[in-house]
Design a protein around this ligand. Sequence first.
Ligand SMILES: *Cc1c(COP(=O)(O)O)cnc(C)c1O
Length: 363
Amino acid sequence: MTATTLPIRAKALELADAGQLPAYVYDLADLDAHMAAVRAAMGDVEVYYAVKANPDPNLMRVIAPYVDGFEIASGGELAHVREHFPDSRIALGGPGKTDAELFADVYRLHIESPSEIRRLFAAGRSADVLLRVNLDIPIKGASLAMGGGATPFGMDPDGVVECLEMLAGQDAVRLRGIHAHLASGLDAPTMLELADAILDYARGLGVTEINIGGGMAVSYSDPESRFDWQTYGAGLAALRRSGETFRIEPGRSISVYCGRYVTRVLDVKRVHGELFAVVAGGTHHIRTPATKGHSQPMVIDEPGEPTTIVGQLCTPKDTMARHVPVSLKAGGVVEFLMAGAYAWNISHHDFLMHPKPTFHYIG
Ligand SMILES: *Cc1c(COP(=O)(O)O)cnc(C)c1O
């Protein structure tokens, strides 16, 4: 199917006619089909959706039937999941937990430091915990690294040993296993190599529940290239021994593709020889291109001279895409792709007090 025949495209053009831009448009049928494929590929591996990628309940309702639970990292996300999905399993992690977060009654608690164990003991709490380990192993090609060296995430193996010593000889805080979310942006073969190293470590400790994290690669420069879930699922199935529970917690690779940020061109101008198109809205609605320093991929209807597309904010950081070979005119519609994760919910909405986008769901 070409972009012009997609239902999400038709919706974008309808919103333009109705004067409702800028807008986020989510294709829930597309998300449903993607989730079904991920679920099938992962077989017996438990899948938890990392809520921070996009906590929109309309998306989470599509995702929920295909996942074993939700991975969260704040009291806000906890309240949100409890409100909308009261029966779902929750794994709670995050590097700095308040008492309310640390003492929450959840299915699994991911321990980030030995002092979290001491706080649980001091408060007389019981919990089912996974120790989050940061293994000192080389991680190649990651877009974000949470492990493989000194970071504030999880513990080094010495910290894990300190926890194990404290946990021995008591049964209020139950050791269920190991958690390792080491990096984001890795392809399936690299993820499998990492999983192998994490498994070696976990088996050495004698635990059987292993959460190997999220971070499956998405490519903003090539939206058609997708993470190879088949290879990953088959690879994990081959690694798993009987009695072991494997769990993953993807976020971006789940929700990124189903959303578009649609806006219209306000002005086109040439400055010192370079062509700029200024669109309504900008990175206060979709901070992704500013945080990642990339060009947000977009639909190109008519090729043209390289154009830098910026938003309405009075800062050079408000750049959506650089030197895109596209012909744009004032009043024209612009559709940015891959806006379903780490987009609206990570953005600085109130900066400059522009109106908020409208939100639409199809499928
Ligand atoms: C952010 C995060 C995830 C999800 O990462 P993605 O790159 O969105 O897949 C999973 N686990 C933890 C602990 C995280 O912090």
